[in-house]
Every structure is written in structure tokens, then in C-alpha cells.
Write a protein that binds this ligand. Structure first.
Ligand SMILES: [Zn+2]
Length: 330
């Protein structure tokens, strides 16, 4: 048992009983400090789980607690005070909590820059290579029609196709990093599920390889098609993880977030604020839901021009466009 918990247990009234659900109950120490009658019916309870504990008063409703990795909350400090601990000792416990926090492994802070090379499903070739073999396959034709139908061009990406069953009705998009393939997604071009078959690694940012060039900015979007449409990067979700953030920061360019035009899209803007990135929500028509739609409707150049023109910076301005997304219908 750690010092924080043992200190509290030593201070709480000794007359205790075990009650259902793992609570140990005693006369609460909080109520009379909060304008309620002192508890005489053992309405205070503490429940422990390893080093963590929760205090709950079923008389006045006061709650406090601590678990490894957390600092002492103001309620928790208050509880110690009411239980009879002096300020100096409370300060010492605060340091104990801080030490715990510093020594905790923080999985969300572990950066993963090592991406292993993976193989595409077999046999895969770029669509151009398939066509150059003279292959005339209706499924391959359907895949080409799909990509052109989405307003994409054959030379915007190294589109692939795999002739194996289970893949042949999909457009394969390989994920590259430092020239090697580290994942892929296969977008179904006909009705049916799953829409995407994806093999990806945590921390990967799609299309980052192509950002080392003269552009002063990098456009961050959610999906692969959005990224390909304007030659930006995709985080493939609406919230980047720490490794993705670190990869983007390392580019040393202006980062412009362009969220999907739906409510979850607002989450990306939170990260734009935290990381001091720009964000853009151009006034495209209402039925244009993402960058890929915009490129299909307006073309690549106009889409890019509006993204740049309408980009904003700073918490206040980004929060305004964040609200717009949050207020959209489901
Ligand atoms: Zn109470």
C-alpha cells in the first residue's frame, strides 16, 4: 500500500465496518464542514483498488480520491485536512503523488517512429503496370472507373490492384514511408462491406513521403482520398496521436487542418488549437462533405486556393469554425 492511502486509512475514524460492494464505512469526516449535520450513521465510505482509492460520503455527497498518475485534487487535499492532517504533511503527500506521476509509463506519450515493412496482398501491381501487361479484366476496369468517378486522376497516386479473390473488387492504396510499403487500404468499389480493408501501423501519417518539397505548408485531412486529392497528408482518423503530431511538427512547415464537414470533424480542430496549427473550413456547398468531394466538384486548384484563402489561426478563430461543425445535424 502506498503512503497516500495508508496515511488516509490511519486518519479516518477507527470504528469501521465492511459493507457490500467493497466499501469500508465509518462516520464521515466531511459533512459538518459543508453545512450538514455531522454523520453518526457511518455514511462515509472508502473503497480501494490497489493503490487507488475513492472516498464517498452518502450523507452530504462529498467525493474525493486518488489513483497513481494523478495529482492530489482539491477535494482530496480537503479530505486530508478534515481528517486531521496538517498543511505541511498534505504538501508532502502532494509530492508523493507527483513522484508517482513522473514514474508512470505513459503509453500515449510513447512515440513510435519504427514502421515495419509489409507486403501487399498477393499478387498486386500498380494499375498502370497491370494495364501494361495487356490485362483486360472487368474487375480491373471497374476499379479504374471507380477512381476516375471519384474525381481522381491516374497519376495522382501509385494506385494498385490485386487480382486475388477478396481483393479484386477493391482499389488498393499502398501506404509508403521512406520509400517502403508500411500498410495499405483496399477500398471496395462495389456495394458491400467492409468498405475498407486496412492494414496500418500506429503513428503512421499517410502521404508524408511526398511532403518534402517546395510548398510552405502541409494540409492535414482525415482520409486517404482527401489527401491524394490535394497532395496533403491523412491522419486516417479525426484525432492525431502523439507520434503523428511529432511527425507533422518535424516537417517544419505551416500545418493546415481541413476537417471533414461533420460533427466528429470538430475533434481535429481541438488538436489544431493545441499544436498551434492553422485550420480551414472553406464555404463550399453544403453537400460537399470533405476535400475529395470538393476536388470532384471544383477541381484541385480551386479547392487548394479556397483552403489557403480561408485558413485561420489561433484559438478564438479556430473555435468559431469548430462550433460550426459541432452545430451540424447528425
Ligand atoms: Zn459528508
Amino acid at each position: 500500500m502506498n503512503e497516500i492511502q495508508s496515511t488516509l486509512l490511519a486518519l479516518l475514524p477507527p470504528n469501521r465496518k465492511n459493507t457490500s460492494g467493497g466499501w469500508v464505512s465509518f462516520n464521515a469526516v466531511c459533512c459538518h464542514h459543508r453545512g450538514e449535520k455531522p454523520d453518526s450513521r457511518k455514511r462515509g465510505g472508502i473503497k480501494t483498488d490497489g493503490d487507488a482509492w475513492t472516498y464517498h460520503c452518502f450523507n452530504c455527497g462529498f467525493k474525493a480520491g486518488w489513483s497513481p498518475g494523478k495529482l492530489l485534487s482539491s477535494n482530496t487535499k480537503q479530505l486530508f485536512k478534515w481528517a486531521g492532517l496538517g498543511d505541511t504533511d498534505i504538501g508532502k503527500l502532494g509530492l508523493v503523488a507527483l513522484k508517482y506521476q513522473e514514474n508512470m509509463p505513459r503509453p500515449d506519450k510513447v512515440l513510435n517512429f519504427d514502421l515495419k515493412e509489409i507486403e501487399l496482398p498477393h499478387p498486386s501491381l500498380s494499375i498502370v503496370d497491370w494495364l501494361n501487361t495487356g490485362l483486360d479484366d472487368p474487375d480491373l476496369v471497374a476499379v479504374v472507373e471507380y477512381l476516375l468517378g471519384r474525381g481522381m486522376e491516374w497519376n495522382w497516386y501509385n494506385w494498385h490492384w490485386c487480382s486475388a479473390p477478396g481483393y479484386r473488387d477493391r482499389l488498393l492504396i499502398p501506404f509508403y514511408q521512406d520509400g517502403k510499403i508500411v500498410g495499405y487500404t483496399g477500398r471496395k468499389v462495389t456495394e458491400g462491406k467492409p468498405k475498407y480493408l486496412t492494414e496500418s501501423q500506429s503513428g503512421y501519417v499517410f502521404n508524408l513521403d511526398r511532403q518534402a518539397r517546395d510548398r510552405q505548408f502541409v494540409i492535414v485531412v482525415e482520409g486517404q482520398f482527401d489527401a491524394i486529392a490535394i497532395d496533403g497528408v491523412a491522419i486516417m482518423t479525426n484525432e492525431p496521436n502523439d507520434t503523428q503530431v511529432a511527425r507533422l511538427q518535424a516537417l517544419g512547415k505551416e500545418i493546415i487542418c481541413v476537417p471533414d464537414r461533420d460533427r466528429p470533424g470538430a475533434k481535429m480542430l481541438k488538436h489544431a488549437i493545441t499544436n498551434e496549427w492553422s485550420a480551414s473550413l472553406p464555404p463550399w456547398e453544403d453537400d460537399v462533405k470533405d476535400v475529395a468531394d470538393a476536388v470532384k466538384r471544383y477541381g484541385r486548384l480551386y479547392t487548394l486556393a479556397t483552403i489557403l484563402h480561408y485558413r485561420v489561426q489561433g484559438e478564438i478563430k479556430i473555435n468559431l469554425i469548430k462550433k460550426k461543425l459541432e452545430n451540424l445535424d447528425e
